[in-house]
Write a protein that binds this ligand. Structure first.
Ligand code: PTJ
Length: 271
């Protein structure tokens, strides 16, 4: 399908096509398409841009990854489909292995995802032949590697489920989540919940890694000043502010007239 560049929701449609393509290739689970729809709805509500609280969390995430002795980046089907290169670049920047960890696990998908990651520049990819189990977790997501999430001190878990986040936190790890849903169990349980879209979050974290690497005092200050509860509360306030803004714009302009230029809604922040 060719999506016209002039379409007001061009990027969103291209992202959907990427996911459907990756589903046909066997990389994305069918459930991954549903999960994406959920994320998309939250991104719409949040204005499809990185909020100030998300940026603060991304900086804290970068500081944790830089300080880690054994950082690990966990990748599932959706992440491989949408952000394999971003994940590979971040892994390279912090010297972390990438562990393929799937909720809907099949060995075929693990191998396909590992290959996608290697083709995208990842050099250290774990996934098949796991040799450890995350305790207290019934799903296949418990299957891990001693050199992966199981043995890590800091784990980055984009698009994670609440159960594994809780299990990793119980193991005493610093868990950095990327999840657009600020109300999810993952966001509420992670040590550093990043409420932002996957690709924006990975790129911002990588940029902060590069900035903070040469500035250990700022990295230490970032870790000291980050407060999860305050940061999550700021995300909720941001969401509230977005809705108030939309409400007052709607009240000011009255009901939208029929046949109105679609681009005008995007200009009003209602893409
Ligand atoms: O590849 P598998 O088998 O490991 O399966 C992966 C999915 C994503 C299907 C699995 O992990 C799953 O079911 O996840 P959940 O429980 O639906 O959680 C996904 C969360 O990620 C939801 O809270 C979504 O709002 C959020 N999300 C979806 N897309 C994005 C996102 N957050 C950030 N960026 C996105 N692009």
């Amino acid at each position: 399908m060719t999506i016209p560049k002039s379409h007001p929701r061009y990027e969103s449609l291209v992202t959907r096509e990427k996911l459907v393509h990756a589903w046909r290739e066997g990389i994305v689970a069918p459930e991954g398409l549903i999960a994406h729809g959920r994320g998309e709805a939250w991104d719409y509500l949040l204005g499809e841009e990185t909020s100030a609280p998300a940026l603060v969390a991304e900086k804290a995430a970068a500081a944790h990854l830089l300080r880690a002795r054994r950082p690990v980046i966990s990748v599932n089907g959706n992440v491989a489909a949408l952000a394999a290169e971003d994940a590979a670049r971040l892994a390279e920047a912090v010297g972390a292995p990438i562990e393929v960890n799937l909720f809907h696990r099949t060995e075929a998908r693990v191998l396909l995802i590992a290959r996608r990651l290697r083709d995208s520049g990842a050099t250290n990819v774990l996934g098949s032949r796991p040799n450890a189990r995350i305790p207290g977790l019934a799903s296949d997501r418990a299957r891990s590697h001693r050199a992966g999430a199981y043995g890590a001190d800091v784990v980055l878990v984009p698009l994670e489920d609440g159960d594994r986040t809780e299990a990793l936190v119980r193991m005493g790890k610093v868990v950095i989540s990327i999840d657009l849903n600020p109300l999810s169990r993952t966001s509420r349980t992670a040590t550093v919940p990043v409420v932002d879209e996957l690709t924006r979050a990975l790129r911002n974290i990588e940029k902060f890694v590069r900035d903070l690497r040469g500035d250990p005092r700022e990295a230490a200050r970032t870790l000291r000043s980050y407060r999860k509860a305050g940061n999550l509360a700021a995300s909720y306030s941001y969401l509230q502010w977005r809705l108030d803004q939309v409400k007052s714009q709607t009240e000011r302009k009255g009901r939208p007239r029929k046949g109105r230029d679609r681009r005008s809604s995007s200009a009003r922040g209602l893409r």
